[in-house]
Ligand binder design. Structure first.
Ligand code: 5RP
Length: 236
């Protein structure tokens, strides 16, 4: 790589390349979304062209689907593939139990469906995403556009009884309009600051009728490949 990169970008690049080594010919691979996952997709494309690596990729967003096709990776749907060998995806936070917050890129719904349908999930992330307790990163919650303000009020009311430090939520915007996910939904970002009981929170949020899926990935990730600014990596 000859282009000058920031330390964060170099860390993302290093973790993505290291994780791409776990992919073997014949595998069905879930392809994550985000800037770190984009490096991984590009690296797999290189391996397809240079080594004749034969894989089927299941993208977790329309953006990743376009990127994968451009990289020369054979793209299929989850319904076609049914079950995957491996999913490699980024994260916004991970803790020492490899629980995650995802959805900063607005794709956590498809990402969770794909990762859950995989034998293994490998997360690729720069070291700054390691946290002791989840919650500093605002928790993305995908909600139906229908009745969105009511869902927002219900979520904030529900948070009163939860082990969290903050309770306000913000509708994610893109320009002047609400951000719309690939599934046609909206996203609320919950400023919780600290999540004391992620399991309870995840269950309670997903019971609210307008909630489609929250960005907590609990007991889904098997391995994290951490990248550092000097290009080194560490596997946890
Ligand atoms: C998208 C995600 C991303 O994986 C997460 O936001 C990390 O993104 P990046 O690699 O750009 O830091 O969950 O929904």
């Amino acid at each position: 790589m000859t282009v000058e990169m920031s330390p964060i970008e170099r860390a993302k690049y290093a973790s993505a390349r290291r994780a791409a080594e776990f992919v073997e010919s014949g595998m069905k691979v879930g392809l994550g979304t985000g800037s770190t996952a984009a490096w991984m997709v590009k690296r797999l494309g290189e391996r397809v062209r240079e080594e004749g690596l034969k894989i089927q990729g299941v993208p977790t967003s329309s953006g990743t689907a376009a990127l994968a096709r451009e990289a020369g990776i054979e793209v299929t749907t989850l319904d076609e593939a049914r079950w995957l060998d491996l999913t490699i995806d980024g994260a916004d936070e991970f803790d020492s139990n490899l629980n995650l917050i995802k959805g900063g890129g607005g794709a956590h719904l498809q990402e969770k469906v794909v990762a859950t349908a995989s034998d293994q999930m490998i997360v690729i992330a720069d070291a700054a995403k390691a946290v002791e307790t989840l919650g500093a990163f605002p928790l993305p919650v995908e909600i139906l556009a229908f009745g969105g303000q009511t869902t927002k009020a219900l979520i904030e009311e529900t948070l009163v009884g939860m082990d969290v430090l903050g309770r306000d939520s913000v509708l994610r915007m893109q320009g002047d309009a609400p951000f719309v996910t690939d599934e046609g939904n909206h996203i609320l970002d919950l400023n919780l600051r600290r999540i004391g009981n992620a399991r309870q929170l995840s269950l309670v949020l997903n019971q609210i009728p307008g909630v489609v899926e929250n960005g907590l990935f609990l007991d889904i990730c098997d391995t994290v490949v951490i990248g550092y600014g000097d290009g080194k990596t560490e596997i946890r």
